[in-house]
Design a protein around this ligand. Structure first.
Ligand SMILES: CC(C)(COP(=O)(O)OP(=O)(O)OC[C@H]1O[C@@H](n2cnc3c(N)ncnc32)[C@H](O)[C@@H]1OP(=O)(O)O)[C@@H](O)C(=O)NCCC(=O)NCCS
Length: 399
């Protein structure tokens, strides 16, 4: 089986049929001209690989999207992995294992220090060094429960437009979230611009002292129906309340509001008398929580860290290997290869997924042991807890 890159024009005839079979209803009519116009432009800068038989039949495909992600305050190049698919006659023959290795090799060589994806089955990707991140939740509440906000005098204003004309503001605010929020990831421009081109959402922004502090995109399904919002993005309670106040003015128009909130958001504390249902849906294979991994130890350098010191021995992984000294004494993490024995130094043995779990702030060192992601004696756990305090990432981008 030969692996090669696809030029963007080839994607429709080579990779697309495999993706369509794996991720959609089928068989059905395929309108290539329509796809060329409405879908292909947003694939342009992606790295799409295909594994082919000697006579040119595509057996498997995988795509890397060059994204950016905030890891504990540092914005790093991140490889978003998407559209991993094997021909139904070629499954369980090792094609995807080979493709993923090649894709991540290439994305890493290009400078991507992190990678994230949405798995069909987390255990499949755990073997590739990925660890689960928290899933976003959907909060649903009656719009009438926002009544108390209607007459509130809040020091700020909201602006309302469609996503098309509001796109520059949308991009600017997402960039601000990227620098300000751990875990936040954004698409490259050629992909993000789809929000402008589709122009199928309302765009609401909250402004405080002339600065955009909150943003919400949404659609309304029907009169008396649901105002369905995407992710609630707000720096602080004032911006969030300005957005909610605006939604409250739809009391005679829709019955309920639904919105996506971060795993550590607590809508039940937003407002007295707000009856809210928060749902986290993680099912296989259709509703996945994201996963992430470090692709290089360079991702750790300079991260804000507590004053801990630990030797970390990494078990076999294609991209993370060796023995490292992690030192947070200066308040910024230093990682360097460490071969000399120092009996005073606590030592942990970690898988790539285990180290990624600590770096992303999703698991405690004690949980790594229980989950089979490392051997962490109590003294090493104390140091690693100092270096990597828990900090729930919020990915935002869904692909
Ligand atoms: C899931 C899928 C991509 C796997 O592709 P594949 O080419 O069959 O995978 P490989 O043969 O390279 O398998 C790699 C390893 O994962 C294992 N594996 C494969 N499918 C698995 C599954 N469903 N669950 C758990 N492990 C699996 C294989 O046994 C193999 O293990 P090994 O290296 O120890 O031998 C393929 O079945 C598919 O296209 N499914 C439909 C679309 C889909 O779900 N895509 C994933 C989107 S995230």
């Amino acid at each position: 089986m030969a692996i090669r890159h696809l030029a963007v024009e080839e994607i429709l005839t080579t990779a697309y049929p495999l993706r369509a079979y794996a991720f959609g209803g089928s068989p059905g009519p395929v309108d290539l001209d329509e796809l060329r116009r409405t879908w292909l432009p947003y694939q342009e800068g992606n790295r799409t690989l295909v594994a082919e038989t000697a006579d040119g039949v595509a057996m498997a495909t995988a795509t890397g999207i060059p994204m950016r992600q905030n890891l504990r305050g540092r914005v790093l190049p991140m490889a978003g992995v998407a559209s991993v698919t094997t021909h139904p006659l070629g499954r369980r023959q090792g094609h995807v294992r080979e493709l993923l290795q090649r894709l991540l090799d290439e994305m890493r060589d290009e400078g991507h220090l992190l990678s994230t994806l949405y798995p069909f089955r987390p255990s499949f990707y755990e073997r590739f060094g990925y660890v689960g991140l928290a899933a976003a939740r959907t909060a649903t509440f009656p719009v009438a429960d926002l009544a108390a906000l209607l007459r509130a005098d809040l020091p700020g204003e909201v602006r309302w437009t469609r996503a098309g004309p509001g796109y520059p503001e949308y991009v600017a605010f997402l960039d601000r979230c990227l620098t300000g929020r751990h875990g936040f990831a954004v698409f490259p421009g050629y992909r993000q611009v789809r929000v402008r081109d589709d122009d199928d959402r309302w765009l609401l922004t909250a402004h405080v002292d002339g600065v955009t502090e909150g943003l919400l995109t949404y659609r309304i399904d029907d009169h008396g129906g649901t105002l369905a919002a995407d992710d609630l993005l707000a720096f602080g309670p004032l911006a969030r309340t300005l957005l909610l106040q605006f939604l409250g003015r739809h009391v005679d128009q829709v019955e309920r509001v639904s919105m996506v909130v971060a795993a550590d958001d607590l809508p039940e504390l937003w407002l007295t008398d707000l009856g809210v249902v928060c749902e986290t849906r993680v099912t296989r294979p259709d509703h996945a929580a994201p996963m992430a991994r470090l692709l290089s130890m360079d991702a750790l350098d300079g991260l804000p860290a507590g004053a801990g010191r630990c030797r970390v021995e990494l078990t076999t992984d294609r991209w993370l290997a060796g023995t490292w000294l992690l030192d947070g004494a200066t308040g910024h993490l230093e990682s360097r290869p460490h071969s000399t024995g120092d009996s005073a130094l606590p030592v942990a043995t970690l898988t790539a997924a285990g180290l990624s779990a600590l770096a992303y702030g999703v698991l405690d060192p004690a949980e790594l042991v229980i989950r089979g992601l490392g051997v962490v004696p109590p003294d090493a756990a104390v140091e690693l807890r100092r270096i990597f305090p828990r900090d729930l990432p919020y990915l935002h981008a869904n692909f």
